[in-house]
Ligand binder design. Sequence first.
Ligand SMILES: NC(=O)C1=CN([C@@H]2O[C@H](COP(=O)(O)OP(=O)(O)OC[C@H]3O[C@@H](n4cnc5c(N)ncnc54)[C@H](OP(=O)(O)O)[C@@H]3O)[C@@H](O)[C@H]2O)C=CC1
Ligand SMILES: [Fe+3]
Length: 473
Amino acid sequence: MLPESVAMTPLATGERKQCTVCIFGTGDFGRSLGLRLLQAGYEVVFGSRDPKNRALLPKGSKVMTHTEAARTAQVIFIAVERDHYEFLTSLTPALEGKVLVDISNNLKRGQFPQSNAEYLSSLVPGASVVKGFNTVSAWALQSGALDASRQVLLCGDDPQAKQAVVNIAHSLGLTAQDRGSLRAAGEVEDIPLQLFPLWRLPLWIATGLIAFFFFYLLIRDVIYAYATDGKDISFRIMISLANKVFPIVSLIMLALCYLPSVLAAILQLYHGTKYRRFPDWLDRWMLCRKQLGLVALALAFLHVLYTLVIPIRYYVRYRIAAGTIAQIKENTTKPFDNTMAWRTDSYYALGMLGFGLYVLLGITSLPSVSNVLNWREFRFIQSKLGHVTLLFCTAHTFLYGWNKFLRASSYKWWTPPGYMLSLVVPCVVLVSRLILIVPCVDNTVTRIRQGWERPEVKGGSQSNGGAQHPLMP
Ligand SMILES: NC(=O)C1=CN([C@@H]2O[C@H](COP(=O)(O)OP(=O)(O)OC[C@H]3O[C@@H](n4cnc5c(N)ncnc54)[C@H](OP(=O)(O)O)[C@@H]3O)[C@@H](O)[C@H]2O)C=CC1
Ligand SMILES: [Fe+3]
C-alpha cells in the first residue's frame, strides 16, 4: 500500500515540500527531472554510486548512497541505463514495496527479448514497476516541456503505483495517458525509436509519383523535342517541368486521400455489412490520409509559387516581346479572343478557389484546430469541402488542357500529356462519390453503417471485431 500523500490526488505546492521523490542516477535525465521536481515543490534525493560528487546537481537536492536514498522516498525514478540494472538486485530489501519508475529507452527496436520495465520487475519482484517518462527528453524537462513532449505515457500492473506517478506528472505540468499493464511497456519503449511512421507511406507515394512524372515529362517534352526537331529546351526542366510535376502529383495525392473511403464504401456494399474487417492495406491507407493530404498541400503550394514567377521568367518575357515585335513588323493586331479570356479566367479562378479550400483543409487537420470542432463539423470540412476542393482542382486541370484533349499533336508517341494522366484518379473518385450519393445507394450505405445489416454468424464467431473505421468520412 502506498502512503496517502503519494497515491491520491495531486498535491498542492506546500504539501509537496514534505513529499520526497528519489532518483537513482545523476546523469542528464536524473538531473533535469530533479530540477523540475524541486521547482514543483518536491524534496529530491539522488541515489548515486558516488554520493560525494555533487557537481552539476540541482541546488536544494540531496545525494546519498542508493540504499539510503531508497529509504527516504516511496517513488524512485531509475535514471540509469538498462545495461546497469543488475546493481538493483543487491538493493531488493530496500526497494520492497516501493514504486520504481522505469524511464529507460533502447537504441533499437527488439534489442532485448523482454521490455526494460518487465526486466526491472523481474529483478526487483517486491516493487511495483511503472513504465513512463521515457517519451520526455531531458532537454524538454529542463527547458520547460514543449507541447509535443508534454505527454507522459504510463503503464504498470499496480493502479495505485500508477496513480502516484500520474500525480507527479501532473505536478510537473505534464499530462499522463494510461497505456495499460506492464505488458504494454515494450510498445511504450518503441515510441521514441519511431521515425515519422505515418509519414513514410505518403512520402514514398509522393517520391514515386514525382520520379515517374518527372521522367515521363522529361522524355516526352524535352528529349522528344531534341530527338525529333533538334531543339534544346532543356532549360524548361527547372521551372516548366517542375511546375507540371508538382500540380499533377498534388492532384493525384489529394484524390488518394478520398479514394480509400470510396473503396471502403464499395467493400461494405459488396459484403452487405460493416461487420467485416477491411484489408490491412486499406486500413493503413486510411490511417495516413491526413499526411497524404498535407504532402499534397505542400506540392500545391510549390505549384502556386512556381506559377507566380512565370511573368518574370526570361523565356516568357522573350516570347511576349517577340510576339509583339512580330505583330508590329507585320502590322497586324491579334484579335481579342473572348473564349480564351473566359477559359483562362475560369482556370485561374478555380485554381485559386481550390487552393483556398486546400489550405482550409490543411489548417483544420492541425490538432489545435480540429480539437475545437465537433465530429460533424470536422466531417463537413474534411469530407464535403474536401470533395469540393477535389472538384475545383480537377476542373482547374481540365480547363488548362480543354482544347488539347482531342488534338492529335498532344499525344506524342501516343502518350497523353501529364495533366491528362493526373485526371484519372480524381475522376474515378468524383464519379464514385456521385454514384454513392444516389438516394438508393446512399440509403443502403447508411443502413450498413448504422449496423442494421449484420452477417450470418457462422460457427459462433463473427469475422471481425466490429465497428466502422473511426476515420471513415
Ligand atoms: N537523456 C534523455 O533525454 C533521456 C533519457 N532516458 C533514459 O534515462 C536513463 C538515463 O539516461 P541519461 O541520464 O541520459 O544517462 P547518463 O549516462 O547521462 O546517466 C546515467 C547515470 O546512471 C548512473 N550509472 C551509470 N553506470 C551505472 C552503473 N554501472 N551502476 C549504477 N548506476 C550507474 C550514473 O549515475 P551515478 O554516477 O550517480 O551513479 C549515470 O550518471 C536511460 O535509461 C535513458 O534511456 C529516457 C528519456 C530521455
Ligand atoms: Fe494549376
